[in-house]
Design a protein around this ligand. Structure first.
Ligand SMILES: Cc1cc2nc3c(=O)[nH]c(=O)nc-3n(C[C@H](O)[C@H](O)[C@H](O)COP(=O)(O)OP(=O)(O)OC[C@H]3O[C@@H](n4cnc5c(N)ncnc54)[C@H](O)[C@@H]3O)c2cc1C
Length: 366
């Protein structure tokens, strides 16, 4: 049975690890990815803060495929025809399959004026974002760009990045006038989060000296300034676009049923319209139990997808995936501290950063 995994996202990484431990006769497995590595988001804020190097985030895909007996193709999938069971790769190849799984993540939502789109750096794909940040840090060190940063979007990712960037820039000797601004369109940071998490993160942002502007949207951007709807200006030589996730546009042309562009799946992680296709991670919309886009769900779907592949080969009925109701959010604060939140309860204790690091490093080592 030929199975094509499209994208080296968190779910496919975990599924490949499982299949490496349980080799299956009769499985002709393939992974297609535009890069030979994939980036793990849990370690991104620590890298941005300067705690670990770029390669600490990277998961090499080729050795993983080798261990799982899979063939690795370095290309992007550009189209999928679920009825013909065929994918088209960026190098022009047509690739037939019995089943395919989509785990290509999402891209940063850029609901912004053209001038901001042209100058902003989307937080996804993570690898490209990490590279652009390191270029900026090098320019700040050589004093060719001033340390002025603005983050558009005060969700968890935007807040973690603001705190990590401020910490890193503050620690560059000889650099003065560091300015990090966090811009949020709603009237509060972290809309939709618990009050306790919002309060504690607001305190951390204020302590770090980060400028917060709420009810703020960018109306224009130049090379060094953002203009806000209020008429105020914010200095920025590195503007981060962190205002949410949107689907890759080419998914809309596949004919798969979607919800705001994400593939709707059932409890088996199969497309509700085309059962030959699985979708997972941020690419999927869990029609039966909608969840926010978070890596923890993508990771937990990995063993389920591996199990489905094994059952398909054996001709057995598929298992069902039950997403957890809530998950432990560990938010790093830049300076080797973290907050934890679950069920609306927020903790700020010294050991939480080590706990986060332990969980993230364990994921990388597995
Ligand atoms: C700063 C930041 C911090 C975060 N921290 C956390 C956290 O602490 N906890 C948490 O749960 N979540 C966190 N998230 C969210 C998390 O990053 C995502 O939910 C997670 O990455 C989703 O994983 P995924 O499997 O959907 O795909 P991804 O990990 O996004 O990977 C998708 C892969 O598919 C590849 N791809 C894309 N297009 C194609 C194509 N056409 N063909 C082939 N391959 C393709 C990409 O190159 C990439 O390698 C964070 C996000 C950000 C931005």
């Amino acid at each position: 049975m030929r199975i094509l995994l499209i994208g080296g996202g968190h779910t496919h990484v975990v599924a490949l690890r499982h299949l490496a431990r349980k080799p299956q006769a009769g499985l002709d497995l393939h992974l297609v990815s535009p890069d030979s590595t994939t980036s793990y988001s849990g370690l991104l804020p620590g890298h941005v803060a300067g705690h670990w190097p770029r390669n600490a985030l990277e998961i090499p895909l080729e050795p993983l495929c080798k261990a799982a007996g899979a063939t690795f193709h370095i290309a992007k999938a550009t189209h999928l025809d679920p009825s013909k069971r065929e994918a088209i790769f960026s190098d022009g190849r047509q690739f037939g399959f019995d089943h395919a799984s989509l785990d290509i993540g999402a891209i940063a939502a850029i609901d912004a004026p053209e001038s901001l789109k042209a100058r902003g750096v989307p937080v996804k794909p993570l690898g490209i974002f990490a590279d652009r940040w390191m270029e900026f840090v090098a320019d700040v060190r050589s004093q060719t760009r001033p340390p002025h940063v603005a983050i558009v979007g005060a969700g968890t990712a935007g807040i973690e990045l603001a705190l990590s960037m401020k910490y890193h820039l503050d620690n560059i000797a000889a650099v003065q006038s560091v300015c990090v601004s966090l811009l949020e369109r709603s009237d509060c940071i972290l809309p939709g989060a618990s009050d306790s998490l919002r309060r504690q993160l607001a305190r951390a942002l204020a302590k770090a000296g980060i400028v917060i502007k709420t009810s703020a949207s960018v109306t224009d951007a130049t090379d060094d300034t953002l203009l806000l709807n209020s008429g105020e200006t914010v200095p920025s030589r590195f503007t981060v676009l962190a205002s949410g996730a949107r689907p890759y546009p080419w998914l809309a042309e596949t004919g798969l049923e979607t919800h705001v562009g994400f593939i709707v799946v059932d409890e088996t992680l199969r497309s509700v319209s085309h059962p030959a296709i699985f979708a997972c991670g941020d690419t999927a919309h869990l029609g039966f139990a909608p969840k926010p886009k978070a890596g923890v769900y993508a990771v937990r779907q990995g063993p389920v997808l591996a199990e489905q592949i094994i059952r398909l080969i054996k001709g057995e009925a598929l298992t069902t995936y039950r997403p957890q109701l809530d998950y432990l959010k560990l938010v790093s604060l830049g300076h080797r501290r973290a907050l934890a939140e679950k069920w609306g309860l927020t903790l700020n204790l010294p050991g939480l950063w080590s706990l986060k690091r332990h969980i993230d490093l364990k994921f990388m080592e597995n």
